[in-house]
Design a protein around this ligand. Structure first.
Ligand code: ATP
Length: 254
């Protein structure tokens, strides 16, 4: 469980990005975080794996107080949380399977990773992860030869090979065309349902948020203004989150 207890985040320049956040997210939930640019979605997501420190309040993940973690403990904690970015963050000049194997690196001595000496077990895990997202046939293709959607699937497979309990996805479909975006969201949903991994996803596509997530968290200027089932998100709720009524085409990437 992820628990925010009166959490605030103030950036060093004084910007109050998260204001008194209270949240409980159970294992296996699929949560979409929506809101205008600058509302605080990325900040919220990035506090969970301590990419950003909180300023006050208490944030716990599976009972561990995130801000108290240091060194080895923090590295171990972070391994339990996968992160997927809008820009995929792959090593494009190397093969798909090697990209996936990088998530296994923390578990092996550095000299082995440098010469690419991965264990048979690591390779099996990597290939299984690629199979789960439907691109096993691309395992030995260079990452830069894949389409954006395929690259995002490789990023997802890399996260899966890490066997996390939680996946944080920061605008994972923002760079993709609408059809590919749906395919990638299908992958997230499948992983969420079959592997019971929690998925927290920042997304500008309100239509996709409502279709795929069980729960929607709406943020406005650092505050949670809606937290509830996606089925109960009405036009009024969206107006509250976005500050004005959304037109139909704005729902596909507000
Ligand atoms: N490192 C930083 N230092 C100072 N202010 C920051 C920093 N990072 C983000 N901010 C500010 O914090 C606020 C929240 O930013 P955040 O990136 O979390 O918003 P967001 O909802 O994810 O936006 P977007 O949808 O554009 O990604 C914004 O006003 C932003 O300018």
């Amino acid at each position: 469980m992820i628990k925010f207890d009166n959490v605030n985040k103030v950036y060093p320049n004084g910007l109050h990005a998260l204001k008194n956040i209270n949240l409980e997210i159970q294992q296996g939930e699929f949560v979409a975080i929506i809101g205008l640019s600058g509302a605080g979605k990325s900040t919220l997501l990035r506090t969970v794996n301590r990419m950003h420190d909180i300023t006050d309040g208490v944030l716990t993940v599976n009972g561990q107080e995130v801000n108290n973690l240091k060194g080895k403990e923090l590295r171990k904690f972070r391994r339990g949380i996968g992160m997927v970015f809008q820009s995929f963050n792959l090593v494009t000049r190397t093969s798909v399977v090697k990209n996936v194997l990088t998530s296994r690196v923390p578990d092996m001595p550095l000299w082995k990773s440098i010469i690419g000496l991965y264990s048979k077990e690591d390779k099996v895990v990597a290939l299984e992860a690629l199979d789960k997202v439907g691109i096993l046939d691309k395992a030995y293709v260079r990452a830069d030869q894949l389409s954006g959607g395929q690259q995002q699937r490789v990023a997802l497979a890399r996260t899966l090979a890490q066997n996390p309990e939680i996946i944080l996805a920061d605008e994972p479909v923002a760079a993709l065309d609408p059809i590919t975006a749906v395919q990638v969201m299908d992958d997230f949903k499948k992983i969420n349902q079959e592997l019971n991994m929690s998925v927290l996803i920042n997304i500008h596509h309100v239509d996709l948020a409502l279709k795929y997530a069980d729960r929607v968290i709406g943020i406005k200027a650092g505050e949670i203004v809606y937290d509830g089932p996606s089925s109960e998100v009405t036009h009024d709720v969206l107006t509250q989150i976005y500050g004005r009524e959304l037109a139909q085409d704005e729902m596909m990437g507000a």
